[in-house]
Design a protein around this ligand. Structure first.
Ligand code: FAD
Length: 283
């Protein structure tokens, strides 16, 4: 289908983008277009103005500031996966970014676009939740920060106001943590039926701390706090890990769809969480 007609604004600063969104009857940011263009073509959205961020240089790149990793919203999945800084300070994100879609999608799609789109099956929102990301957004009144738990508020819905732009994502460093992203999907390039993001800190041969979040077991990423608590202080053995990961599906709200039933997703949550932690620790 052909999208409904819209005006096009190519912003060169975040301020220009915010002003254009504020002036529009219904404005939408255009990042990599990997999710938005299909949505427009299916006429699931009909914005009057598209505000393209492609030339906003301040939204690109990866930096280390005061021990935290700062990633510009327009940094592509391929750039995230290849960044030495991300590999060192957020190895889980680098790993997961390399599993998103195919090569073309990773070279066009952006971290900010994936997080702002808030697809329940997307990989990176769960990773950001596991890594305690802070989202920095800018609107007419300036910048504000939103914690990972408060950013995605429902199916394809975030705390972003219509005239706000996601500017950057900040992640506390997890340098040296053992990580794995376990994605169950039908083909190598398809979306996760369930995905598990796991980061584990070793401590005297056991597990000192754990951060676990799941994708596609509810409308928003699910942080598996019960599992994290059970893993903390446990020995790094397959038996102890399997026991701690038993309640991985507790508190999730999966749905039945063409890919899997809700019950199957709950079982996947348990199995994949165990697998992700074992693979992270190499046991
Ligand atoms: P766009 O499509 O441009 O925008 C998406 C939405 O976010 C729009 O509503 C837009 O207004 C909003 N937005 C974008 N940037 C901002 C911003 N800075 N501030 C405020 N709002 C913003 N994703 C996965 O996680 N895993 C997969 O396996 C996967 N496979 C894919 C396979 C295919 C074939 C395709 C086409 C996509 C796939 N994706 C997958 C989605 C991909 O990751 C997209 O890159 C991502 O969902 C959207 O990023 P984008 O930069 O293209 O954003």
């Amino acid at each position: 289908m052909i999208p409904v007609a819209f005006d096009y604004v190519r912003a060169s600063t975040v301020e220009e983008a915010v002003a254009a969104l504020g002036a529009a009857e219904e404005g939408k940011v255009l990042a990599g277009g990997q999710s938005l263009l299909p949505v427009l073509r299916l006429r699931l959205a009909a914005p009057t103005v598209l505000v393209d961020l492609a030339e906003v240089a301040q939204l690109r790149g990866v930096h280390l500031r005061e021990g935290a990793l700062v990633i510009g919203a327009m940094t592509t999945h391929a750039e995230v996966a290849a960044s030495d800084l991300v590999r060192e300070h957020a190895p889980l994100l680098a790993l997961a970014a390399g599993t998103v879609g195919d090569r073309q999608v990773r070279h066009r799609g952006t971290l900010g676009g994936s997080l702002a789109h808030a697809d329940p099956a997307a990989d990176l929102p769960a990773v950001a939740a596991a890594l305690d990301a802070t989202y920095v957004v800018q609107g007419p009144a300036g910048r504000r920060s939103i914690g990972a738990a408060d950013f995605a508020i429902g199916l394809f819905t975030t705390a972003l106001a219509p005239d706000e732009v996601l500017v950057e994502v900040r992640l506390p460093s997890t340098a040296g943590w053992a990580v794995h992203y376990e994605k169950f999907h039908r083909t190598s390039q398809s979306w996760a039926i369930v995905g598990v993001a796991a980061a584990v800190r070793r401590d005297n041969g056991g597990i000192g701390a754990a951060r676990i979040a799941l994708t596609n077991v509810g409308p928003v990423p699910h942080r598996a706090r019960t599992v994290e608590e059970a893993l903390t202080g446990a020995p790094a053995t397959p038996t102890a890990i399997a026991e701690a990961c038993g309640p991985a599906a507790a508190g999730t709200a999966p749905v039945d769809d063409l890919s899997a039933s809700a019950d199957y997703r709950r079982e996947l949550a348990r199995v994949l969480t165990t697998r992700a932690v074992c693979k992270a620790l190499g046991v």
